[in-house]
Each structure stands twice: as C-alpha cells, then as structure tokens.
Design a binder for this molecule. Structure first.
Ligand code: NIG
Ligand code: FE
Length: 415
C-alpha cells in the first residue's frame, strides 16, 4: 500500500542529510562525512519529515499532494543560525567607515561608540521602527536559507528596553523558528558607568526575574570580555539565570582570552561563542564537555582581524563545533549564512562539507534543538533548502550571491 505525503522533494543531485552516525553533534572526522544521497528525496507530512531516501525509493512508497523537482540542485537542512543580535533598531555604518580607515572596534567602544551607541539609538526609536527593522532582517535571513534563528536582546540595556527587544524577537516567530536569548549583560550602559556593580545587580534582581516570569527567553548570555563583564560577574549572572530555569550561552574569549571557554564548561553552558582567543586549556575543557563551540568567522572578517578561532585544533581535539553569523550592526552586519560558510572555509580552514554540517546539525545543538532539526531524517522537523548549485562545494566557492532557490520551513514553502 502506498502512503500519502504532503510534499515530496525529489531528484536532488546531492541530498545532504547530516544524519550520519549516532545522535549528538558531529565531532572530529565525522564532520567530513555527514551523510549524502545521490538522486535524493525527502517526503514530508505536516511539519515533519516522514522519509528520506533515493528518488526511486520514495516515489515507489509515496503518493504526494505536491512536489518540488530539485534536479541538478543540492538539498540540505535549513541553516540554523545559533547566534544573532538581529533586533538592533539602527545600523552603525559610521563606525564601519572609521574602522576601514584604521580605528579599532575597542577604541570606538571606549570612546562611547559600539554597543553603547546602539543602546542610545535603540532607546530613542518607536517600537514599530524596531519591529520593522527586525522583521526585514529576519525575512532576509530566511531568503538566504536560515530556517531557525537564535535572537539575542542586548541593545536596550535597561529593563523595559530589554524586555521590548525580547518581545519583538517573539514577534518574528512564525512556527517555533526563533530561539530567544536574554543578553542584558552585553555592555554597561552610559548611566551605570560609574556604578558597574549597580548594573550587574539590576540585571540579576530586576531583569532576569521578569524575563523568566514572562518566559521571554530560553537562554541567558553574557559578554564575558576584558573591559566588559569579568568572569566573576559572568558567573554570578549565569548562576542566577540557571536558578530561574534559563539555559546559558556565553560570549567567550572573543577578543582577549579571559578563560571564557573554561567558565562556559563550568557553568554547563549550552554553547560558548566566538573563541577567537581561546586557550589550549579552554579547548581541552570544551572537548570533554557537551558545550558547543560556536565560531563566528564573519566577525573576524568584518573586524579586519588577522586572527580567526583555532577551528582545526578544536575539531582535532574533539570539540563540538558550530557556525553562526553573529548578525549585528557593529561586528558582523551579515544575516547570510552562505557568506559565512565561505569565510569559514577560508579563515578557519574548513572543508565546505564540514562548514555545512556545523551550520545545521551542530548549530541545532547550540540552541538546544539538536534532536528536532538540523538533519534530514524521519521524525525531524521539515526544514530544508534547495540550492541552485551543482554540488555542495559551490555554496562556499561561489561566494557573495544567494544560491537558495526554495525554503521549506516546518513543512511550508516559504520562498
Ligand atoms: O557578538 N561581542 C559582543 N557583541 C557583538 C557585537 C555587538 C555590537 O558591536 O553591536 C558580537 O560581536
Ligand atoms: Fe555576538
């Protein structure tokens, strides 16, 4: 008896399942062979994948109400972008130009620019303007293949403005595709510069309880970095967040190493992100843990740094590594995961297949959704993209253009 399905995506030149091996993020050599089917097909019912196989197999098994012919194209899971700051309100191209001419990101921040400048601009905007910006950026990310996106607050830096950012992030959600993270500890805002302790208390005593009570976020993040939040302040905030039931993600060892990776492991963080300046001890700690190392090479590129995270050493050590865009107006104004895949291959010395696995299956683990999405396998959420490329290497190789022809999110064709 033939089974019914709603949608059959078939005839893919290359279907990347990312479903090889046992559950869990792909580590080490397993990243090189995440599972591919030539002349592949995916059968979808409702918002779930019901079968994956060759076109001949699935055609014999299923009667489909609709179909997508992916002949000559690559089909893979939708990108999961596990680290963005995409509710920002206003852009900072003025600072970009200053950096192009030689000022550094840190100099601009120390002079009152950077995240603090964004906070001033964010607070001066009407809600509708913030919603319009966030929806436009999210729509662009979807057109570029991002089916699940993590979105942080962190440009309000005051209780109401932080809550507003998380509410706006919630408005971006269509079908469970937005994961929210509270990042009140992104920077010390202007009015608390003389009393940083006071700001940390505000985050812990006022912001976090309201975020938790209103279930506005799944995770809490802290920018643990020299001149921002110290490891002790980071620990204090994250311990409070965990007590309230939030998971932890950290901005760790981004610019100068401060033991952020080790702290993330100590805290049982779901992810430790950036890691450009991670130490050998930090790599060893991550390798022994479930904490996913989220690498953001688009940020190294955009900040004009010669230094990238030591991805190969992390892969060799057995760390679970993922990729993200870090989409934000200061250090990575890019919502396109394909562009970041190119930068990752060149800057982190990755094979294109490794980068794609890191941006799907492993990225899903970095937002706590690894057993629900990021793979093309029966039972997983039907999030997939059809790319107009002859093979997967072209996604990285032919850079700066959008290869996405079709996006299916939760079983619905969205582009
Ligand atoms: O991930 N590191 C902290 N936050 C962002 C930068 C935010 C900004 O400059 O607006 C980042 O790089
Ligand atoms: Fe970030």
């Amino acid at each position: 008896m033939r089974e019914r399905c709603d949608l059959l995506v078939h005839s893919a030149a290359e279907l990347l399942t990312m479903a090889a091996g046992p559950d869990g993020p792909l580590r080490g050599d397993a990243l090189r062979d995440p599972g591919a089917i030539a002349d592949g097909a995916v059968a979808i019912r409702g918002d779930r994948i019901v079968a994956v196989g060759t076109t001949a197999d699935l055609r014999a098994r299923f009667d489909a109400s609709n179909d997508i012919d992916a002949s000559g194209r690559v089909v893979m899971p939708g990108f999961v972008d596990p680290h963005t700051h995409l509710v920002f309100g206003r852009t900072r191209e003025d600072e970009f130009e200053m950096r192009c001419l030689g000022r550094t990101y840190e100099e601009i921040a120390a002079a009152g620019g950077g995240i603090r400048a964004s906070a001033r601009r964010f607070r001066s905007l009407p809600r509708e303007a913030i919603v319009a910006q966030a929806k436009a950026t999210r729509a662009s990310a979807l057109r570029h293949g991002t089916t699940t996106v993590e979105v942080k607050s962190g440009y309000g830096l005051a209780t109401d403005a932080e809550l507003l950012a998380l509410e706006v992030a919630g408005e971006l959600d269509v079908a469970g595709d937005v994961v929210r993270t509270f990042l009140g500890a992104h920077e010390i805002p202007d009015e608390w510069r003389a009393d940083r302790r006071g700001y940390v208390r505000l985050v812990i005593d006022q912001m976090l309880p309201r975020v938790a009570e209103r279930k506005l976020a799944r995770f809490c993040d802290v920018f643990c970095e020299a001149h921002v939040f110290t490891p002790d302040e980071t620990r204090e905030i994250c311990v409070a967040a965990k007590r309230l039931g939030l998971g932890v993600k950290l901005h760790a060892d981004e610019l100068a190493g401060t033991g952020g990776a080790e702290l993330a492991v100590e805290l049982g963080a779901t992810s430790a992100d950036h890691l450009m300046a991670v130490s050998d001890a930090g790599i060893a700690a991550l390798a022994k843990s479930e904490t996913v190392a989220v690498l953001l090479p688009g940020t190294s590129f955009f900040l004009g740094m010669k230094r990238f995270a030591p991805a190969r050493a992390m892969i060799d050590a057995g760390c679970a590594v993922a990729l993200a865009t870090d989409c934000n107006p200061g250090s990575s104004m890019c919502e396109n995961p394909q562009q970041v895949v190119s930068i990752a291959c060149i800057g982190l010395h990755l094979r294109p297949i490794e980068a794609l696995a890191m941006f799907t299956r492993n990225a899903a683990y970095a937002v706590g959704l690894g057993t629900d999405r990021g793979r093309l396998a029966a039972g997983f959420r039907a999030d997939l993209i059809v790319l107009d490329v002859p093979n997967h290497r072209h996604v990285a190789y032919h850079h700066g253009v959008n290869h996405v022809a079709t996006v299916v999110a939760a079983g619905v064709v969205r582009r």
